[in-house]
Ligand binder design. Structure first.
Ligand code: ATP
Ligand code: MG
Ligand code: MG
Length: 613
């Protein structure tokens, strides 16, 4: 493996490993860890990272970046990465999303499982601890119940450059706060009637430090804890606790959480420290030092792509696409169905790197990574996407009968990587009639055109013969003209086959040609549905300020054609990648391929970058 370029996240980890910052860390407290700990084994995790999705939608390409960063760093430094469902919000979560997230992380090639512990972590498993932490903050004088309305709280919080104002409830005694919090917990107060707030500083220049809410009342059934709780922790309070409980060392998140970092640190410090109360009791010490540290990196912004789960859900719900796994969707399930490979997405994450400032990545970069991966491993095949019939009029003369089929063979891969068993070659046949691309015949050719051109008379009155081209992997042919229907459209192209020119036979190159064209035999070609995808949006930044992304949809993002493919392609497995020679990379659709006995292929990416055009 090539040495990975360093970046600021790697430097932070290397620095911590060198200084032994987390050497005293003990076990994460998961069931699997407990078994190892009981056996007296040392903690194997030198670093612990986590990927903490909220199970309220499908993962997208931005999450893929975060997964590759967190799991990739843990792997590279002999650590562990936790998959954790951040399911503290009872209303929006669903097991459909949980399952799809598990699938997507696995498919990307990462594994969160540890011996004896194969379940992902769930934030909701820590609700009891979170509640105890809230009581602890109250007892130490760091939290209070506020009965102002949401609007009053919003207004009194102030604004940038304008300090906030203390709540009239701010100086309640710990005893009162504790009693009311317990009443909240026990369902004695209405939803929204009060919140528990951290008591920090209403004049802080950082608005997030102006007594943020940490618990709210919400009568909602939670997918894990059912109706046990009527109060739920706020995300910004829950998140540092989740990290600390799982003994995360490095908590990497996107830049929008930078302003939350002081609160993240505040929560952990308050729960690590021990405080002696006037009555002599000691509170605190719920967590141990050193706390996990939060570091932010820039989120992925990809041109022509939306990475907001809410907006992606809108595309699905308003039937702008055919579901979360529509091949035009930037979801991991969509990319997979489009033909993306885990290797291409991992390479993409490496290539874009991690930075501290937001920028836009060109969609072509993602496509380039797929092309590079498939170039080496996608089997080749011929497909005619816009077929017109070519008739070889001298076939019986040369081969004795119009019905004769001549077998052809071509390698599945032009270059077999060293150490790899070459895949079985492709077999197909050429006969009197073959399908070619309509654009491969031109009666009046544009300058430089090298494909099929009929005989003509040049400016000096001399006869010019029809052009000679090779049917790729087959014979050289000479064009003799075309037959048109009443409307003037070409119904078939005519040519003669030149004997003894079959590819791979001795002397086959004695006739020089300017071009080779792709084709499929009429006798053994198979009809296939081919879905030609283009970018979903017409605008490079459909999600940028003020624009309505639904107005910017590309009306031609999907074109379905009936193509003819060579027989080897009809045997494709669902999800198998191919290069259709000269057209691009295609994948047999994971869902629909061969469902009605018809092959179905999706365009993954063209052979060349077309985004700059
Ligand atoms: P959305 O805003 O689309 O709902 P989210 O950030 O709320 O996304 P989460 O499920 O909370 O989604 O995300 C899990 C992790 O993935 C977080 O750590 C988040 O920072 C990261 N992540 C989300 N979007 C991106 C992105 N575009 N680039 C990099 N990381 C991302
Ligand atoms: Mg989120
Ligand atoms: Mg979000």
């Amino acid at each position: 493996d090539a040495v990975k370029p360093s970046n600021f996240l790697r430097q932070i980890i290397e620095n911590d490993l060198e200084k032994g910052t987390y050497a005293s860390r003990h076990w994460a407290g998961s069931p699997g860890d407990a078994a190892h700990q009981a056996a007296g084994e040392p903690d194997p995790a030198r670093i612990r990272t986590r990927f903490p999705p909220e199970p309220n939608g499908y993962l997208h390409v931005g999450h893929a970046k975060s997964i590759c960063i967190n799991f990739g760093l843990a792997r590279d430094y002999g650590g562990v990465c936790h998959l954790r469902f951040d399911d503290t919000n009872p209303e929006k979560e669903d097991t459909e999303y949980v399952n799809s997230i598990v699938e997507s992380v696995k498919w990307l090639g990462f594994d969160w499982r540890q011996p004896g512990n194969d379940k992902p972590y769930q934030a909701s498993d820590y609700f009891d601890f979170m509640y105890r932490a809230a009581e602890c903050l109250i007892e130490a004088g760091h939290a209070y119940v506020d009965e102002q309305t949401a609007e009053e709280i919003r207004v009194s919080r102030g604004d940038f450059g304008k300090p906030g104002v203390n709540s009239p409830y701010r100086d309640r005694t710990p005893e009162d706060n504790l009693r009311i919090l317990r009443e909240m917990r026990d369902g004695q107060h209405a939803d929204g009637s009060m919140v528990l707030r951290a008591k920090i500083d209403m004049t802080s220049p950082n608005i997030n430090m102006r007594d943020p809410a940490i618990y709210r009342i919400r009568r909602a059934t939670h997918h894990n804890t059912g109706d046990k709780w009527r109060i739920y922790p706020m995300y910004t309070f829950a998140h540092p606790l989740e990290d600390a409980l799982e003994q995360i060392t490095h908590s990497f998140c996107t830049l929008e959480f930078e302003d939350q970092r002081p609160f993240y640190e505040w929560v952990l410090e308050r729960l690590i420290e021990k405080k002696t109360l006037p009555d002599g009791r000691v509170v605190g010490g719920l967590l141990t030092a050193p706390p996990p540290r939060q570091t932010e990196f820039a989120r992925l912004n990809l041109t022509y792509v939306i990475t907001s789960k809410r907006k992606l859900a809108q595309l699905v719900n308003e039937n702008k696409v055919n579901g979360w796994d529509d091949p035009r969707m930037p979801t991991i399930v969509g990319l997979r169905r489009r033909g993306y490979t885990p290797e291409a997405l991992q390479a993409f994450a490496e290539r874009i790197g991690v930075t501290k400032s937001d920028s836009w990545i060109d969609y072509g970069t993602l496509e380039g990574c797929l092309r590079e991966d498939l170039e080496l491993k996608a089997h080749r095949g011929m497909a005619v996407l816009n077929p017109v019939k070519l008739v070889l009029t001298n076939w019986a003369e040369v081969f004795g009968s119009d019905a004769h089929q001549e077998p052809c063979t071509q390698p599945a891969l032009p270059h077999v990587p060293e150490g790899m068993e070459p895949p079985a070659p492709r077999h197909f046949s050429v006969g009197k009639e073959v399908w070619i691309e309509r654009e491969d015949y031109e009666e009046v050719p544009p300058k430089g055109y090298k494909r099929l051109v009929p005989p003509s008379i040049d400016g000096n009155g001399n006869a010019v013969p029809g052009s000679k081209v090779r049917l790729k992997g087959g014979y050289v042919i000479e064009c003799t003209g075309a037959i048109k229907d009443e409307a003037g459209n070409i119904s078939s192209v005519r040519a003669t086959v030149i004997p003894d020119t079959k590819s791979g036979t001795p002397g086959s190159d004695r006739v020089k040609v300017k071009a080779a064209i792709t084709w499929v035999g009429v006798a053994d070609g198979v009809q296939a549905e081919v879905r030609l995808y283009d970018r979903l949006f017409l605008d490079a930044q459909p999600d940028a300020g003020g624009k309505d992304f639904l107005d910017l949809l590309n009306p031609n993002s999907l074109k379905v054609v009936t193509a003819v493919v060579e027989p080897s392609l009809a045997n494709a497995l669902p999800g198998q990648n191919f290069q259709f020679e000269r057209h691009g990379y295609f994948v047999a659709d994971r869902v629909d391929h061969m469902q009605g006995n018809k092959p179905v292929f999706n365009l993954s990416v063209g052979l060349r970058d077309s985004w700059g055009k």
